[in-house]
Every structure is written in C-alpha cells, then in structure tokens.
Design a protein around this ligand. Structure first.
Ligand SMILES: [Zn+2]
Ligand SMILES: [Zn+2]
Length: 284
C-alpha cells in the first residue's frame, strides 16, 4: 500500500498545475492593482481615520485569505495514512479498485488526485486539490475572504472607473468594460486606464463567483450534504443546522471565520458518520 501512495503523490505534480496558473493570475492582478494605486486614477482620497480603518480591513482580509489558502493546500483530505484496515464492511463502506482498499461512507475516488478522498465534496479546479473532510473549513473561509478582498478592491476602484466611463461615449465605455485588451492594443486607452478597467472587471467577476460559491456551500453546510450527495438528492447525514455546522467546522464554528489558525477540532474522524436514522433511534 505504501508503494501505491508513493505512486499517487508522483502523479499529483501535474494536478498542481492549475494552482500555478491561479497564482500567476493573482500575481498579475495584484501587480496591476499596485500600478493603478500608484500611478492613478486610484481610489478617492480618505481622511486619516478612514484610511487607517481601510488598511486594517485590508490586512485582516489578506491574512485570512492567505492563511486559509495555506491550510487548504497543506492538509491532505485523502485516505493516505489513515488506518482503514479492519474498520470496513459496515453500512456505506465500499471497495475502491484503484486504491485497492476498503473505503468509508461518503468518500469518493478522485481521478485528478488519484486517490480516495474522505467525505469527498468536489475537486477544486482553481487550486488543483480535492475538498474533503479535513479541508472543508479552510475552503469555506477561503471563499468568504476571497469574496471580501475582491469586493474591497471593487469598491475602492469603483468611483475612478465610473468617472472614466462617464467621460466617454457609451460604446467606448462598454468596449472598455468588456474588451479592455482590445482598447489597449488599439491605443484607445492609456495603460493606467486599461489596468483600472481590467482589475475592476476581474475583481467584480471574481467576487460574484466566490459569493455564489459561498451561498451554494452555505446551503450544503446547513443541510449536512456534500456536493455529490446534493447532486444525487441524498440527505442521510442531516443532523439539523447546528449539528451540521459543528460537524463541518468544529465546536467553535462561530469564530472560525475570523482567524484561520483558531483551534476548532472536528468532532468526527471522517470515517464514520452519524446519520439521521441513528439520531432518531437514540432519541426514541
Ligand atoms: Zn480510491
Ligand atoms: Zn481531486
């Protein structure tokens, strides 16, 4: 089995390629944002207190975003190193031929990660990693803070972009919003104006995408479902909103959104799960 896992991690390198592209994209947007902020037209001037509060919010959001990205990528959501021998053959257990192992309920094999994932939710294409039992918390917090950072930048640059669009014809403004590269290459806008439109476009689209993902996963979180279970219409593990939140985020589920390194141990082990039927049986 050790050889099998070693083979799995060797195949994992190409799976990290999406992460490289995401990092390059984030670096390009950050560089352009820096260019806009330094060269203008940047955000409207603020008083000292408002500026200090805005900087504090930006630092809080960035630390949370980067901390959760680090935790998400560092955690291994798979069955690697998990002692499964002798625990199988119960309700919901199955045999995975690729992993050559009995695998617990709610787990699933990922063809990109080449291994079974505990409480598999889905494979994140942007970060090149599966979302499962061990990294669901950083994934959700990452969505929240990514949406927050992108919204913050959109609000920061919104007035300057709005002024730029109002200064031109509707056709010029629409083309700048939809095809900023075309406007730059044809010499219709300056590099700073292009960067302003491109960064704001990207941040608004990204904030909407992360916000939609957060709403969807918030719904799953409250229903105690994974994406796969939702797609198949299964809801056997719904223990009620409060217990579902504790099962996915730990006992301090109210606080985990504020700091990525706050300890909030998960009550389960990702191998056995209490079902609705178990709870009904205990209650009767
Ligand atoms: Zn498998
Ligand atoms: Zn995967």
């Amino acid at each position: 089995m050790g050889q099998l896992w070693a083979a799995g991690s060797a195949k994992g390198a190409p799976a990290r390629l999406p992460l490289v592209f995401t990092a390059l994209w984030a670096a390009a947007v950050s560089l352009e944002l820096g260019y806009v902020l330094v060269m203008g037209p940047g955000p409207p001037p603020l008083g000292p207190l408002a500026r200090a509060l805005q900087l504090a919010l930006a630092v809080f959001q960035l630390l949370n975003l980067l901390g959760n990205v680090g935790l998400f990528l560092r955690s291994d959501p798979s069955i690697r190193g998990v002692m499964l021998a002798g625990r199988g053959l119960g309700q919901g257990w199955a045999y995975c031929y690729q992993c050559q192992s009995q695998v617990p309920p709610r787990s699933g094999h990922c063809s990109a990660c080449h291994v079974c994932i505990l409480r598999r939710d889905h494979h994140c294409r942007l970060l090149g990693c599966c979302v499962g039992f061990r990294n669901y918390r950083p994934f959700l917090c990452l969505l929240l803070h990514a949406a927050g950072v992108l919204l913050h930048v959109s609000v920061l640059l919104g007035p300057a972009l709005s002024a730029l669009l109002r200064a031109h014809t509707p056709l010029h403004a629409a083309t700048l919003l939809l095809l900023p590269w075309l406007m730059l290459l044809t010499g219709r806008v300056s590099l700073a104006q292009f960067a302003l439109a491109f960064v704001t476009d990207t941040c608004v689209a990204g904030a909407l995408l992360c916000g939609a993902g957060l709403l969807f996963h918030g719904m799953l979180l409250l229903r105690g479902q994974t994406t796969w279970e939702w797609a198949r219409g299964e809801q056997a593990y719904d223990l009620g909103p409060r217990h579902n939140l504790q099962a996915a985020l730990g006992s301090r589920w109210v606080m985990v959104w504020l700091w990525p390194f706050l300890a909030s141990p998960l009550p389960g082990d990702g191998i056995s799960f209490q079902t609705q039927a178990d709870r009904d049986l205990m209650a009767s």
